[in-house]
Design a protein. Structure first.
Length: 181
């Protein structure tokens, strides 16, 4: 049995791509996934699955969501232990955050090309920082997420891969919940 975390990109944001979390939970359970728990209303799901690769779960979830809710949703699926390693590797986690500073993790659907990573790094700005590590971009935002260059759309466009962004504290809480499952 594996415990996984699923991230749905862009659901329930600004009244668009509405996915009721209770309906998503029922849909996932009906498809054979177990112990499904949603967190917040933004497409964060912890669940159990046997004998399936994360890529197969991702494809399954994207198909189910498209068929049930009528629109495509980029979905990322990570095994809980991998997610814990991503948190442990965060280069900004040990910082004492001040004022509006926050840490965000942008999860990528694939490993970006090296030239795209170089392009992202060349976009550095005076206040915010980012570090790319295979399939995640760690972002330290100092003036609030709405003011950063490193938004989800910018990272997606620059790296040429699908992505979804979550606040570090949200990811940490989801991992803690998953560890208790």
């Amino acid at each position: 049995m594996g415990i996984y975390v699923g991230w749905l990109r862009g659901v329930n944001v600004g009244g668009k791509n509405t996915v009721e979390m209770a309906a998503l939970k029922r849909l996932m359970e009906k498809s054979g996934l177990r112990e499904v728990v949603t967190y917040l209303n933004s497409g964060n799901v912890v669940f159990q699955a046997d004998g399936m690769r994360p890529s197969a779960i991702r494809e399954k979830l994207e198909k189910l969501i498209r068929e049930k809710f009528g629109f495509p949703v980029v979905t990322l699926v990570l095994p809980l232990p991998e997610l814990q390693k991503i948190l442990d590797a965060c280069p900004y986690a040990e910082r004492s955050l001040v004022g509006d500073e926050k840490i965000y993790l942008t999860f990528l659907t694939g490993i970006p090309r090296e030239d795209a990573v170089s392009k992202l790094k060349s976009c550095s700005e005076e206040t915010d920082e980012c570090t790319v590590a295979e399939r995640v971009v760690y972002v330290l935002v100092r003036r609030g997420y709405v003011k950063t260059t490193y938004t989800n759309n910018f990272i997606e466009k620059t790296l040429g891969v699908g992505a979804t962004t979550r606040n570090y504290d949200t990811v940490r809480k989801i991992v803690e919940r998953g560890m208790r499952a």
